[in-house]
Design a protein around this ligand. Structure first.
Ligand code: PLP
Ligand code: COI
Length: 339
């Protein structure tokens, strides 16, 4: 390593790394794309991303293994999810191969910024796809930009694998059922800022949302999906809703819980009044990894999961998932992409 970074104390902050990938779409096609050292984007002032939010993003990580190699985790899933987000906002899809190749190029070009094995830190990749060019009416852009930049990161929630309290955002909706909640688009996050700020100011890790129709069923955290493990230790449940983001981490956890730990898994409605069926719960996502949920506060009630510490099954699933990501545990076929 030649760069001077305190790998063990990284949070989740932007860093201007040497290289990012950039590609433009014009007249119906993508250009070849290239790496650049310029971290500034120059776009027309009437670009639809700036006014009407026509843009999508992704988040994935590159991991350093014990032998020093670098690998991406399920980058094909991020590529496909960005295609779904593109469809939702009438943007051209980035081909899956182009997305994967770009992610590999960025990880490789910035390889000295992939944190050392054993620090728990990773290189976070942030792909974005935005509508640019002259366009002042409310209509899809005629030109698009796809870029991937990167930065080394530690934990997203304070302390990482530490039981964290969440607050039900009962007076807020993040997304609507027929809206954009299932797509990874900026507006969902703009809509979560108020509730997130309120939750942080009151000592919670983040806000957790209820369904926008009944305000009864759990949706997700502003930056991660929810899962709970029932008191008998046999079932892992996670909310089913069209307005939550289909988390790559969540589907990986569902798979591992079932195939490696023999749990029954189900995507189903989870009422805020039925939290007492769970003895463990977690918030899961690329940035969040698995953050154990200590308690959920809903109005005057606070429900604590188990004894408020990291549950045994949550720990097992965390170890299995991160073991796979860092190359210590055998991965299911197709989950790992060496750079
Ligand atoms: N839910 C939201 C709102 C998110 O922003 C994220 C992060 O990407 C997730 C869930 C977790 O998704 P993934 O596991 O694909 O990172
Ligand atoms: C991710 O986990 O990759 C995300 O995009 C969450 C983000 C809000 C930091």
């Amino acid at each position: 390593m030649t760069v001077n970074i305190d790998w063990n104390n990284l949070g989740f902050e932007y860093m201007n790394l040497p290289y990012r990938y950039i590609s433009y779409w014009k007249d119906g096609q993508w250009d070849d794309g290239k790496l650049t050292d310029n971290n500034m984007l120059t776009i027309n002032e009437s670009s639809p991303i700036l006014h009407y939010g026509q843009g999508a993003f992704e988040g994935l990580k590159a991991y350093r293994t014990k032998s020093g190699k670098v690998q991406l985790f399920r980058v094909d899933r991020n590529a496909k999810r960005m295609q779904n987000s593109a469809d939702k906002l009438l943007m051209p899809q980035v081909p899956v191969d182009k997305f994967i190749d770009a992610a590999k190029q960025v990880a490789k070009a910035n390889e000295e910024y992939v944190p050392p094995y054993g620090t728990g830190a990773t290189l976070y990749l942030r792909p974005i796809l935005i509508g640019i060019g002259e366009n002042i009416g409310v209509s899809p852009a005629k030109e698009y930009l796809f870029t991937i930049f990167a930065m080394p990161v530690g934990s997203y929630f304070k302390g990482g694998m530490v039981p964290t309290k969440f607050l039900v955002a009962d007076n807020f909706d993040r997304a609507a059922h027929f809206g954009t909640g299932g797509a990874k688009v900026g507006g969902n996050y703009a809509a979560s800022l108020q509730a997130g700020k309120y939750a942080h100011e009151h000592g919670y890790g983040d806000a957790i949302y209820l369904d926008p129709i009944h305000h009864e069923y759990l949706e997700e955290v502003g930056s991660a999906n929810f899962f709970g493990i029932t008191k008998d230790g046999k079932r892992l449940l996670t909310p089913k809703s069209p307005s939550i983001l289909p988390s790559v981490t969540k589907y990986s956890i569902l798979d591992l819980a079932k195939t490696r730990f023999g749990l029954e898994t189900e995507e189903t409605q989870i009422s805020i009044h039925d939290l007492d069926q769970f003895s463990e719960a977690g918030a899961c996502g690329t940035a969040a990894v698995i953050t154990p949920i200590k308690s959920i506060t809903y109005g005057d009630d606070e429900y604590t999961f188990g004894d408020g510490e990291i549950g045994p099954m949550t720990q097992k699933i965390y170890d299995e998932l991160t073991g796979i990501q860092f190359g210590d545990v055998k991965a299911p076929e197709g989950w790992i992409f060496p750079i």
